[in-house]
Design a protein around this ligand. Structure first.
Ligand code: NDP
Ligand code: HSE
Length: 432
């Protein structure tokens, strides 16, 4: 049976998972694909350190060139992460006519166009299913199964660490730091969890999903990003009283005025399917004109779930090689749509503020909203400490610029002691 040589760059969490899945699949591979895959080279930083973790330590090298330049390697799997040298490795592999699989969302979100152009130039496959939502298939469904749709919205929970933290805050009343510490202890959060809790990791995934879904390149800088570090247990309690839960959502929408792309903690109605996605699970919700709503749910991270997506891509390429049809699906960005500024987007908003507890203050506050065309949909007012009251509102859908103006005016009012929290509220119908 024909054998296809595979090279692996990086043997960390996902690299080791991929090694294990490829090994577990070995007996079935020939029957599944009509071809056998053989791991021929593995680049790691320190071969001695991992020598006892692989069957054949002679495959290990500390020099990635030895993988990318090996004539017997037809498919290179990049699982080192980071921008460099990953970008240089992938470009070198493509220029050498090798097909590439990567899980590198950091890189695809900023250099996707460059990499896909290089793949197209050399008629190679460049697949990156694992870069968005780990083990959940979302890129291939958008590029293939759902191609007969005009996609108007892709949104979801695409970061497991933050979903775990928010779940603990909601279900066990933990404060942010306590929940983050637990996430670290259980190995969900990375040693430096900044990219997760500040929304950057989710932002990269939104950029990739929006580019594919709307056929127009969206890069990381186009995505408005807010993290979850300022969410308090009190916000979560009020949200619950108002029939909602708080999730870090990645949202990408497209209409005749352009693309909206943002990541931020949002209130979402308790009966929305995403509200019950808890712990470190991910889910992506997509709307297409023909299919209507589709939801994808599963493990968005982790060694074996992510390796599942990586190996799926490798198998796909093996089939393409056998059928002489590589480079079949390349960059699908044939439009150049503009990305809206946040002030031009429309959403409902949740505001929690501390005001003086005296006659007329509520009317004054309501007037500021009205003067800025902000209509209020839900209101809770509670006495707080030392002559203050906590006022919590959810607005109707409003242009963000109007809400910002109202907040600026409120901040200048003597009776408003503090605007504690401002969050967007997710609404499926574009906030109308
Ligand atoms: P790890 O840090 O666990 O693994 C990366 C490995 O690559 C490390 O062993 C690292 O060595 C090695 N490496 C780095 N640079 C080089 C180099 N120049 N030459 C050889 N080896 C090198 O990361 P993950 O496995 O978690 O992530 C890999 C990729 O998968 C990333 O792009 C990540 O974003 C993506 N991904 C990860 C998911 C997950 O759940 N972990 C989910 C989805 C995507 P050393 O440790 O010595 O630095
Ligand atoms: N750090 C990511 C998460 C996993 O917590 O979801 C990799 O995408």
């Amino acid at each position: 049976m024909r054998k296809i040589g595979v090279g692996l760059l990086g043997l960390g969490t996902v690299g080791m998972g991929t090694y294990k899945v490829l090994k577990a699949q070995q007996p079935e591979m020939g029957k599944k694909l009509g071809v056998e895959l053989e791991l021929r080279r593995i680049a790691v930083k320190d071969p001695a350190e991992v020598a006892d973790q692989v069957d054949d330590a002679s495959l290990l090298t500390a020099d990635w060139h030895e993988v990318v330049e090996d004539d017997s390697v037809e498919i290179v799997i990049e699982l080192m992460g980071g921008l460099e040298p990953a970008r240089t490795c992938i470009l070198a592999a493509l220029h050498a006519g090798k097909h590439v699989v990567t899980a590198n969302k950091d890189l695809v979100a900023v250099s996707g166009r460059e990499l896909l152009d290089a793949a197209a130039e050399h008629k190679c496959d460049l697949l990156f299913e694992a870069a968005v939502a780990g083990g959940i298939p979302i890129i291939r469904p958008m590029k293939q199964c759902l191609l007969g749709n005009t996609i108007t919205e892709i949104m979801g929970i695409v970061n497991g660490t933050t979903n775990f933290i928010l779940t603990k805050m909601e279900q066990e009343g933990m404060e942010f730091q306590e929940a983050l510490d637990l996430a670290t202890e259980l190995g969900y959060a990375e040693a430096d969890p900044t990219a997760d809790i500040e929304g950057l990791d989710a932002g990269r995934k939104v950029a990739i999903m929006a580019s594919i879904g709307f056929h127009s390149r969206v890069v990381l800088d186009d995505v408005h990003i807010e993290g979850i570090t300022k969410i308090t247990a009190k916000d979560i309690q009020y949200a619950r009283e108002m029939g909602c839960t708080i999730k870090l959502l990645g949202v990408a929408r497209c209409d005749e005025e352009g693309i909206e792309a943002y990541v931020c903690p949002m209130l979402i109605a308790g009966d929305h399917p995403l509200a019950s996605v808890s712990d470190s699970y991910n889910a992506v919700f997509l709307n297409g004109d023909a299919v209507e709503n589709v939801m994808f749910y599963g493990r968005g991270a982790g060694s074996l779930p992510t390796a599942s997506a990586v190996v799926g891509d490798v198998f796909d390429i093996a089939r393409n090689i056998m059928n002489g049809c590589c480079g079949r699906i390349s960059c699908s960005c044939y439009k150049e749509l503009s990305v809206k500024k946040m002030e031009d987007t429309k959403n409902r908003f949740f505001l929690r503020m501390l005001v003086e507890d005296k006659c007329g203050v509520f009317t004054d506050t309501a007037n500021v909203f009205a003067q800025n065309q902000v209509s209020l949909a839900q209101i809770i007012q509670r006495q707080s400490e030392k002559g203050t009251a906590e006022l919590v509102v959810i607005t109707d859908a409003v242009k963000e610029g109007n809400l910002t103006n109202a907040i600026e005016t409120l901040k200048a009012q003597e009776s408003v002691k503090e605007i504690s929290t401002v969050l967007r509220v997710y609404q499926a119908d574009k906030g109308e």
